[in-house]
Design a protein around this ligand. Structure first.
Ligand code: SF4
Length: 440
């Protein structure tokens, strides 16, 4: 059998940022074990496909991705693998040469060895183990990185498979998070996006036994080279006065908060097992805008949840008009075997779900355009991400654009600007959700 040195391994990273970090950790382990990492699966002896599995669409994508792989052996890793193993009554899964669940990704090297040895590794479990501190090979842009502060989730929203696929909530030790952030910073990262399934719950399972995201953020703000710290996935109910004060008081923390709200009709929120009401959301939005001047909010909403009536939907659109949240992702409910919601009465027909999604998106695009227009004439600090040769413009992100989920700012400059540079840009217009301006 050829040693690791002689073997080529490819890894296809799919799914959310939390899963991409696992992919980066697997790359680190494979590289350390001496495998030759290749980009093209057709040149590899083994291809690891680190999949997403929480909705049917993502699983279909994984299936299509694996079908494209030619001669290489395939290890099915990540949430699709766990879905196949753990979700009762699910549809037919994918056949692979090996299976590695999200709780065992740090056994990727023995898994590859087993496949090369003609065996079929089936590595699952580990979903309630402490979160792995294996280092990672950062694959993203050199100046921006995500950092995962916890794994799993206990919120048990009725439509969500993540607690089944990623296990119970486990906070990472603060010293592990800080060490990783310092390493990323030394490698040139200046913008850190703090993520978990629910960042607001961070620390409740650590000594001291209470949520302590503020404490962790204060420490992260102490890292010299960091300029921006972003927060994604805040659970509305757990946004405390202390956290608001930390965000308002720390210059490095970007005044941009991603708070998935999912709906605004109380009966629907209750059926989703979300622990707040419309009145709570309205109070939260008002309080955040009062206590963090200029704060930019992002949220996601689900339309077409079982039992959602036309009145419920109107309540949601009323709330969107009230809250004027500039960054909103609208999703049509996806019925997932293995979730509580899949068994609920009043499943909304697909056509209706799609119609409601279109209506909400149309309303939201007017709110987003109004927000982008309101910034015209102001100066924003933009992190340059590159130059678009076709548009003949530089592009980047101000505080109002988070990576991958929001648009960007296109700008002209009399001097050459490098990716990773921060510079003041006068915003002069907005186009299709993107800002336009000129460097000062
Ligand atoms: S908060 Fe709810 S939707 Fe988000 S991962 Fe947890 S269970 Fe899923």
């Amino acid at each position: 059998m050829k040693t690791a040195m002689g073997n080529k391994v490819a890894l296809i990273a799919m799914g959310c940022e939390k899963n991409v970090i696992n992919s980066e950790q697997m790359l680190y382990l494979l590289d350390k074990a001496g495998y030759q990492l290749v980009d093209d699966p057709n040149r590899a002896d083994v291809t690891v496909v680190n999949t997403c599995g929480f909705i049917a669409e993502a699983r279909q994508e994984a299936l299509e991705q694996i079908r494209e792989i030619g001669g290489s052996k395939v290890i099915l890793a990540g949430c699709m693998a766990e879905w196949q193993k753990s979700v009762p009554g699910r549809k037919k899964g994918i056949r692979a040469d090996g299976y590695v669940g999200p709780g065992r990704f740090d056994d990727i090297v023995p898994a590859v060895e087993a496949v090369l040895g003609g065996r079929v590794p089936v590595f699952f479990g580990g979903l309630d183990e402490p979160v792995s501190a294996v280092p990672r090979i950062h694959m993203g842009p050199p100046h921006t990185a995500y950092i995962k502060i916890a794994e799993g989730c206990d919120n048990r929203c009725a439509y969500c498979l993540i607690p089944t696929l990623r296990g119970p909530y486990r906070s990472r030790k603060p010293e592990d998070v800080l060490a990783e952030a310092e390493t990323l910073c030394r490698s040139g990262v200046t913008e850190l996006v703090v993520i978990a399934q629910d960042v607001t719950r961070y620390g409740f399972d650590l000594p001291g036994g209470k949520p302590n995201l503020s404490g962790l953020l204060e420490k992260l703000c102490g890292i010299g080279g960091l300029r921006r710290i972003r927060l994604h996935y805040l659970y509305p109910e757990l946004i405390t006065d202390e956290l608001i004060a930390t965000v308002a008081g720390q210059e490095k923390i970007v005044k941009y908060l991603d708070i998935p709200m999912q709906h605004a009709s109380d009966p629907v929120l209750k059926a989703m097992n979300r622990r707040y009401t419309r009145a709570d959301l309205e109070r939260l939005v008002v309080t955040l805008r009062e206590r963090i001047p200029g704060v930019i909010l992002r949220t996601t909403v689900i339309v077409g949840f079982p039992g959602e009536t036309e009145d419920d939907f109107i309540e949601l659109t009323d709330f969107l008009r009230f809250a004027k949240i500039p960054r909103v992702g609208v999703f049509a409910y996806s019925r997932e075997t293995g979730t509580v919601a899949a068994g609920l009465p009043g499943q909304v027909p697909s056509k209706m779900r799609k119609r409601r999604q279109r209506v909400a998106e149309k309303l939201q695009s007017r709110i987003t355009d109004a927000f982008n227009q309101s910034r015209v004439g102001s100066v924003a600090e933009v992190l340059c991400e590159g130059y678009d040769r076709y548009a003949g413009l530089y592009y980047g992100r101000s505080e109002a654009e988070s990576p991958e989920v929001d648009g960007c700012v296109f700008f002209t400059s009399e001097r050459k600007v490098s990716p990773g540079e921060y510079l003041p840009v006068l915003l002069e217009g907005a186009l299709d959700g993107d800002g336009k301006g000129r460097a000062l």
